[in-house]
Design a protein around this ligand. Structure first.
Ligand code: PLP
Length: 440
């Protein structure tokens, strides 16, 4: 009988004979025969990622340079300039961070919250709750100011929460992707300022789709992500840090808890005369972000906001004509993420799977307690076009009919087209912007 030894390799805990114990068990597999990737073409109408314009995808196969190559340093400088335009800021330090939107969220709290600090966290959906959890992981106390899902947080509740409390931070989510609610920020910003707290705004679902104005809000930090209204691939977050917040970060007595997300180090990496190595920038994602932001500048923010508003209005009209109910209060409906109630008797999973498999369209389901009960549709960036809205309405009409509903034939598309016709009469174009078609 062979002698056996216990091998612990890569989490395996197996009995193997002495004769083979020098060969880790995970290397005893056959050679894997795995085919080359061949991703399907999808129409991405979930709230991120969106489809990326061809020139953004093209940037991903441009020649790779080193991250300290003079060429790439210029890419960084131009990206910072383009971000200042997207954030409409004269004063903030704007840069990208490696990592998805969550990196911007973590960076905000890791840099502003010190052990024992208090943060007032506005919560009306999943992402507000996540911020509170991050505050606590950073050693702070989160005072949660909540509103029911589907409604914005009431500024008076923020004021009440601040009475008698010395809060370091007030945080709020501009576009709550889990519920499709747009949170008005101005008043919360004023309240934070009156109480000497720094305002943090999550603009992950809104930057590049509706106005995001950190200077006007007086935010200390405002962050977003590459894959939503900017229409770059996922993998980068963007951040706008006010001069006073940057000063606060530099002057902290205790170092920022996260070395990797220390904004003082990122600031030096991006802007110091002698740029010092901090991390190996994801160069190709950097090119893609540069191109995505360049397209936004070429389209112009005003035109871009108008485009998002138009396609969102058209889709709302179409959905209502299909008797699909919108979830949030209309006064606070976020144009870039439409949250709708799955109609009674309709199977959420079956409809979304048919949308994907038969029509190539991705939308998202509900989160948390709304799983199975809600659909979330992104009207974002490059995906926000008339063709996509009309195709989605056509597909939904078909699928809802199969589920036993009886939407009037063509009602959704007709209602959306009526919105487009009115816009065109008022001189607003419903066409895909020339920047996406002419490659200018
Ligand atoms: N904040 C909001 C409002 C979001 O919608 C998301 C993602 O959907 C995030 C933060 C987190 O971003 P990511 O998934 O890119 O990490």
């Amino acid at each position: 009988m062979a002698a056996f030894a216990v091998s612990r390799v890569c989490g395996y805990n197996a009995l193997i004979p002495h004769t083979t114990r020098s060969v880790p068990i995970h290397m005893q597999n056959d050679v894997p025969h795995i085919g080359e990737l061949s991703p399907p073409q999808r129409i991405l109408l979930a709230p991120g990622p969106t489809n990326a314009p061809p020139s953004v995808l093209g940037a991903l196969i441009a020649p790779l340079t080193g991250h300290k190559d003079p060429f790439y340093l210029t890419v960084m400088d131009e990206t910072a300039q383009l971000l200042r335009y997207a954030y409409q800021t004269q004063t903030a330090t704007c840069l990208t961070l490696p990592g998805t939107g969550g990196a911007g969220m973590e960076a905000s709290m890791a840099n502003l919250i010190q052990l024992g600090d208090t943060a007032i966290v506005c919560i009306n959906g999943l992402f507000g709750s996540r911020i509170a959890e991050i505050v606590e992981r950073c050693g702070g106390t989160a005072i949660r100011v909540t509103a029911p899902w589907g409604k914005p947080v009431d500024p008076d509740d923020v004021r009440r929460a601040l009475s008698g409390v010395r809060a370091r931070v007030v945080s709020t989510v501009h576009g709550e992707t889990s519920t499709g609610v747009e949170q008005p920020i101005d008043e919360i910003g004023r309240i934070a300022q009156e109480n000497g707290a720094m305002l943090v705004v999550d603009a992950v679902a809104t930057l590049g789709g509706i106005p995001v104005v950190p200077d006007q809000w007086g935010s200390a930090v405002c962050y977003s992500a590459s894959q939503k209204c900017l229409s770059a691939p996922p993998g980068l977050s963007t951040i706008a840090v006010s001069p006073s917040a940057m000063e606060y970060v530099r002057g902290r007595e205790t170092p920022v808890n996260s070395w990797y997300l220390d904004l003082g180090l990122h600031d030096k990496y991006w802007f110091a005369a002698e740029r010092t190595y901090h991390h190996t920038a994801p160069v190709l994602l950097g090119y893609a972000m540069h191109e995505a932001l360049r397209l936004i500048a070429a389209e112009g923010l005003e035109a871009r906001f108008e485009r998002h508003a138009l396609h969102s209005r058209a889709l709302v009209a179409g959905l209502e004509a299909l008797e699909v109910e919108l979830f949030p209060d209309p006064a606070y409906r976020l144009p870039t993420v439409l949250a709708v109630v799955v109609p009674d008797g309709v199977n959420d999973a079956r409809v979304r799977s048919s949308l994907l498999n038969e029509f190539g369209i991705e939308i998202a389901g509900g989160l948390g307690e709304y799983a199975g009960l809600m659909w979330r549709i992104g009207v974002m960036g490059y995906s926000a076009t008339r063709d996509n809205m009309l195709l989605l309405l056509t597909a939904l009409e078909d699928l809802l009919a199969r589920e036993g509903g009886a939407p009037a034939a063509g009602a959704g598309v007709a209602a959306a087209n009526a919105v487009y016709a009115e816009a065109i009469r008022n001189g607003v174009s419903a066409d895909t912007p020339a920047i996406y078609t002419s490659g200018s």
